[in-house]
Design a protein around this ligand. Structure first.
Ligand SMILES: C[S@@+](CC[C@H](N)C(=O)[O-])C[C@H]1O[C@@H](n2cnc3c(N)ncnc32)[C@H](O)[C@@H]1O
Length: 264
């Protein structure tokens, strides 16, 4: 069962697996460093919100061991389902529209999710509500408006085309209710929600094969929407995909801002 109204990138499409692999390569080291610092370990009860693929959930499962619990939720659980054996439980859940799926969690984590949730305020409240007193929250979200370019070094027509398509992609995300300057707000939002010891940092790959893999999968996945919205022609998209595949482009991502704190 899935509830994907509003979310532009359908987890059921083949390219979603490529995107989740690229997120893992690009962002898992940062995420795992933060989770280690927060102290996740044996017996912890964790809620992974908008889990997407399996890499974070599987890492958490190893850390919490057989006495812990990892609840992995998503509006579309098709890609995380293979990780669904104890201590992992997989459940369909809309973070912005439903009550939290449990309480008393030691850790609640969401990565690259809230930016896409139209009622992200409610989702954040629900994540905090689900924590036990003293529990840790880690929210990691993109801030595409801080660094909107796919090619920050826009030195030729290939890079200009890349940035034009990226601009169009962001338009489509905004029209679906995404907040493209959400990441920068996280520290304040966590403090205003009553969390203590709030800190934040950012990670921003400037070029890497995983950035190219992510770009290729994303553009192939939303090709029809880009064309229908008049952002690009099929020719533009074919040219861009060939440029990306050439390996000669320096492709960046939006900065991912990680913010964390503890409840009570
Ligand atoms: C960009 S992906 C990130 C996946 C994963 N967290 C990661 O970092 O690799 C966004 C994920 O959020 C999920 N999602 C979108 N809206 C959601 C909502 N309202 N509630 C729960 N999950 C949602 C999507 O289905 C998708 O799996």
């Amino acid at each position: 069962m899935t509830r994907t109204d509003g979310y532009l990138l359908d987890n059921g499409q083949a390219e979603a697996a490529e995107r989740f692999d690229a997120f893992a390569t690009l962002f898992d080291p940062t995420t795992f460093r933060h989770l280690e610092t927060l102290g996740v370990g044996p017996g912890w009860r964790c809620w992974e919100v908008g889990a997407g693929g399996t890499s974070v959930v599987s890492w958490l499962a190893k850390k919490v061991g057989p006495t812990g619990r990892v609840l992995a939720t998503d509006i579309d659980t098709s890609r995380v389902a293979p990780a669904g054996r104890p201590p992992v439980e997989v459940r369909v859940h809309d973070a912005g529209a439903e009550e939290p799926p449990g309480e008393g969690f030691d850790l609640v984590h969401a990565r690259l999710v809230l930016v896409h949730v139209p009622d992200r305020e409610r989702a954040l409240q629900s994540m905090i509500k689900a924590l036990r007193p003293g529990g840790r929250l880690l929210v990691e979200d993109a801030d595409p408006a801080l660094q909107p370019l796919l090619c920050p070094d826009e030195h030729g027509p290939e890079q200009q085309l890349a940035n034009r398509l990226r601009h169009g992609f962001r338009e489509l995300l905004s029209r679906r209710g995404a907040d493209l300057s959400y990441g920068r707000r996280l520290p304040r939002l966590l403090r205003e929600a009553g969390l203590r010891r709030v800190e934040a940092d950012a990670y921003f790959p400037l070029t890497s094969p995983a950035c190219a893999a992510l770009e290729s999968a994303t553009v192939r996945q939303i090709r029809e929407q880009l064309v229908a919205a008049g952002v690009a022609t099929h020719d533009d998209i074919d040219r861009h995909l060939a440029n990306v595949a050439s390996g000669d482009m320096d492709l960046a991502t939006a900065p991912m801002i990680s913010a964390w704190g503890r409840k009570g």
